[in-house]
Write a protein that binds this ligand. Structure first.
Ligand code: SF4
Length: 145
């Protein structure tokens, strides 16, 4: 086999050995599609929901902003391009956090939920599934936006 088609998003990239898809997040290695930036985050800190910017949704509430790397969009004029599309997996700018640690951080910092900013979360199904995780002392599930 000399290629695999990635089915995570609608771009359906055809990956050949050592080549990344359009998002820069997935690569074919030894006939397996692997995540290049697993558990690495550019940003994981609380913000006010209005800075997202999202209005009229949990007004004034604190949410945990998370930003990973890579994006399957290629929007003209995107201000996040340098940060999310030109990052190396070993960059010291990236924090290593598991999805459970992200959810726990949302609870510990008393956030109402988790908000994805700067790149497209739809190419990170593992993270999206994690919003259903419960923290150790959780009484309610955080909202993922
Ligand atoms: S997730 Fe990335 S590699 Fe997979 S199809 Fe979409 S852009 Fe291509």
């Amino acid at each position: 086999m000399n290629h695999l088609d990635c089915s995570i998003c609608e771009l359906r990239c055809r990956l050949t050995e050592g080549r990344q898809g359009a998002c820069g997040l997935y690569e074919l290695q030894e006939n397996r599609i692997v995540e290049r930036f697993a558990d690495r985050y550019l940003v994981a800190c609380p913000i006010s929901i209005e800075t997202a910017p999202i209005l009229h949704f949990y007004p004034g509430a604190k949410f945990l902003q998370i930003t990973t790397t890579g994006c399957n969009f290629n929007c003209p004029g995107c201000i996040s391009t340098v940060l999310v599309r030109e990052m190396f997996p070993d960059s010291r700018a990236l924090q290593h956090l598991t999805v459970e640690q992200i959810v726990a951080k949302a609870f510990e910092t008393r956030c109402e939920g988790i908000v994805f900013l700067m790149n497209d979360p739809l190419v990170m199904p593992r993270i999206l599934r994690a919003h259903g995780c419960k923290g150790p002392n959780a009484t309610k599930r955080p909202v993922a936006v």
